[in-house]
Design a protein around this ligand. Structure first.
Ligand SMILES: [Mg+2]
Length: 334
C-alpha cells in the first residue's frame, strides 16, 4: 500500500460551521492487488468531522487492508475506497455498479450551495442557480436572528417560486427558536432544515411542530449513532462518506435509513476529487436519490486534473469508466 500526501487550495476560503477552510490536505492510498488491479483511495481528514491530519497519517502508516475496521474514519475511507476501486476494476464496472446498483445511472441531482448572505446577494445567487438549472438550493441559517433568516428565505422564494429550498442551521437554534422557525418557514415551502437543534438534542425533534417542514440530521449522527437516529423524528439523514469511514458504510446507512422511511442525502466534507467522485458513486447507487450536496468540486483548485464528476444543469455526471474515477493519477495535485 502506497501513501502519498496531497494539498489542494480552495479558490476562496469557505466559511463553515467548523471555521473557515482555505486548504484541504490529505492522502492518496494506492494498492495493487495480486490480480494486477490497482485501486486508489483518498483520505481527506477534517477535524470536527474526522480524526486530525496527523492522526490520519499515523493510522495510514501502520494500516493493513485486512484491519480496515480499526482505522479512524478518514483513514478507513482511504483504504476502503482503494479496495472498492480495485474490485470494481476487476469486475469491469464503474464503482456505483460494483456497490450494487443494477442499472446505468448517468447523473445524480445536486443542490446549489447558496450559503449565508443578506437578502439581496441571496436573491442573486438563487437566481443564478435557477439559470444554471438547479432544482434545489441550500441556505445556511442560524448565523443571524430568525427574522433576518426569514427575510433571506423570502427573497429566495420570491426569485425561485418552484425550487426546493433547504436550510442548514448547523445546530444553531434553541427549541424555542426552532419552533418559531418551523412555523414561519412552512409559509415559504422550505423542504427541510438540517440540524435545527444542537447535535446533542436528538429528543428535541419530537417537540418541534409538524408544519410540513422536514428535519434532516447531520452532526447528530456522530454523537448518537445510527440506531438512535433511525428511531428519532427525522425525515432526512445527511451522509458524509469521509466522516462515516467509507463509501461502503455510507451506502449501508442509506439503506437502513430508507428502510426506516428516512431519505438519505449524500454530501462531502469538501473532499478532493477522488473522494468526491466516490461520493457521487454512492449517491448513484441509491435509487431515486434526492438532491445531494455534491457540487463541491469547483471549490477546489485541482490544476490540470479534469473534474471526474462535473456538475451542469443541476446534476453531477456519474463517472462510467471502470472503478471510481478514470485512471487519473494524482501527479497534477500531489
Ligand atoms: Mg450540515
Amino acid at each position: 500500500m502506497n501513501i502519498q500526501s496531497f494539498a489542494l487550495d480552495l479558490h476562496e476560503p469557505l466559511a463553515t460551521a467548523a471555521g473557515d477552510i482555505a486548504r484541504r490536505e490529505g492522502f492518496l492510498v494506492t494498492l495493487d492487488e495480486d490480480d494486477g488491479c490497482r485501486g486508489v483511495g483518498e483520505a481527506c481528514p477534517l477535524p470536527g468531522w474526522t480524526e486530525s491530519y496527523d492522526e490520519c497519517r499515523d493510522a495510514l502508516a501502520d494500516a493493513v487492508p485486512a484491519d480496515l475496521d480499526t482505522l479512524p474514519p478518514a483513514a478507513r475511507h482511504g483504504v476502503a475506497l482503494a479496495l472498492l476501486d480495485a474490485d470494481a476494476r476487476e469486475d469491469g464496472v464503474p464503482l456505483y455498479r460494483h456497490l450494487g446498483r443494477d442499472e446505468r445511472v448517468e447523473t445524480v441531482p445536486v443542490n446549489a450551495t447558496v450559503g449565508d448572505a443578506p437578502p439581496e446577494p441571496t436573491r442573486e445567487r438563487v437566481a443564478d442557480a435557477v439559470r444554471e438549472g438547479y432544482t434545489c438550493v441550500k441556505l445556511k441559517a442560524a448565523n443571524r436572528p430568525l427574522a433576518a433568516d426569514v427575510e433571506r428565505v423570502a427573497a429566495a422564494r420570491e426569485v425561485a417560486p418552484d425550487i426546493e429550498i433547504r436550510l442548514d442551521a448547523n445546530g444553531g437554534w434553541t427549541r424555542d427558536t426552532a419552533t418559531r422557525a418551523f412555523e414561519t418557514l412552512a409559509t415559504f415551502d422550505v423542504s427541510y432544515v438540517e440540524q435545527p437543534l444542537p447535535a446533542s438534542d436528538l429528543g428535541g425533534f419530537a417537540a418541534l411542530p409538524n408544519t410540513g417542514v422536514g428535519i434532516a440530521l447531520d452532526e447528530g449522527l456522530y454523537e448518537h449513532g445510527i440506531d438512535a437516529v433511525l428511531d428519532s423524528e427525522i425525515t432526512h439523514l445527511v451522509l458524509k462518506p469521509m466522516a462515516l469511514g467509507g463509501p461502503d458504510i455510507a451506502l449501508e446507512l442509506a439503506g437502513l435509513a430508507r428502510g426506516a422511511g428516512i431519505e438519505p442525502v449524500v454530501t462531502t466534507t469538501i473532499d478532493g476529487p477522488i473522494a468526491r467522485a466516490a461520493a457521487v458513486h454512492v449517491a448513484a447507487a441509491i435509487p431515486a436519490v434526492s438532491a445531494c450536496g455534491l457540487a463541491t468540486g469547483s471549490l477546489l483548485a485541482t490544476g490540470e486534473m479534469p473534474d471526474p464528476a462535473p456538475v451542469t444543469g443541476g446534476v453531477a455526471a456519474v463517472p462510467q469508466k471502470d472503478g471510481n474515477t478514470p485512471a487519473v493519477l494524482p501527479a497534477d495535485y500531489a
